[in-house]
Ligand binder design. Structure first.
Ligand code: GRF
Length: 240
């Protein structure tokens, strides 16, 4: 695994089920840019996470499995931008409040995005959420929402950013003919799939890989990388 601080390699090594006091802390160097990181959680008082999904939610399911063992973070809310996505069922099966918050179609198109985010934000605040985890959430967030949660808003993207941002990362990686791809966990800023990189993990592109095959193999990496980064972030191992 490679861990990055401000796009530079800082940490190599994995850690398992508990915060690893041996792992060097990651310093982001983003002071003054409006980031406020989550408090340090403990297994007795874990950081309360909301996971936002738009689809099947395999990443959410793997995080919920990881959290079956006490961690310094716990998922207390799942929000989807539709009412019928598979991810909601994973949340419900785990006994987590899981709600669909669809776009308010009655609102003028220009104002609909922010209006939707205000509805989502109201749910986050009502549930006293401390960290928002985007996990296959296919909406670009407005500067208003990013500012509200900056430093407590984290995303996983299926490429080695800054390469191949956007909704078609695997297609773009295959079209570019790269031999290595992977996934990236990053704090969210006002751009698309930009923001300080917290960790990346690589995988070889195999001859004959198509979009689906690559997506499935990268997801396997995502499902271990995201919980590990959440451990680091929620145990005070990452600082500004
Ligand atoms: C993941 O590959 C994630 O990185 C991307 O969308 C996919 C979501 O998959 N943004 P799932 O819904 O967790 O199965």
């Amino acid at each position: 695994m490679r861990q990055y601080s401000s796009h530079k390699s800082q940490y190599s090594g994995c850690w398992g089920t508990r915060p690893n006091s041996q792992a060097p802390a990651t310093r982001l160097g983003t002071m003054g840019e409006g980031y406020v990181l989550p408090r340090t959680g403990t297994t007795n008082d874990p950081v309360r996470l909301a996971v936002l999904v738009s689809g099947g939610g395999s990443g959410l399911a793997s995080l919920l499995r990881y959290q079956l063992t006490p961690r310094c973070h716990r998922t207390t809310l799942v929000i989807a931008d539709k009412t019928d996505v598979g991810g909601l069922q994973h949340g419900r099966d785990a006994g987590v409040t899981s709600i669909g918050v669809p776009l308010p179609m009655e609102v003028e198109k220009d104002e609909r995005r922010v209006a939707h985010e205000r509805l989502v934000n109201a749910e986050l605040e009502a549930a006293d959420v401390e960290l928002v985890v985007l996990c296959g959430y296919m909406r670009i967030l407005t500067p208003w929402f990013v500012k509200r949660w900056k430093g407590r808003l984290i995303n996983i993207h299926p490429s080695l950013l800054p390469n191949f941002p956007g909704a078609h990362a695997h297609r773009d990686a295959l079209a570019a003919g790269v031999s290595v791809t992977g996934c990236t966990v990053h704090l969210v800023d006002e751009g698309v799939d930009s923001g300080p990189i917290l960790a990346q993990r690589e995988i070889e592109v195999l001859a004959g890989d198509n979009e689906e095959a690559l997506q499935e193999r990268v997801k396997v990496l995502e499902h271990t990388l995201y919980p590990e980064v959440l451990d680091r972030l929620c145990s005070g191992q990452i600082s500004l």
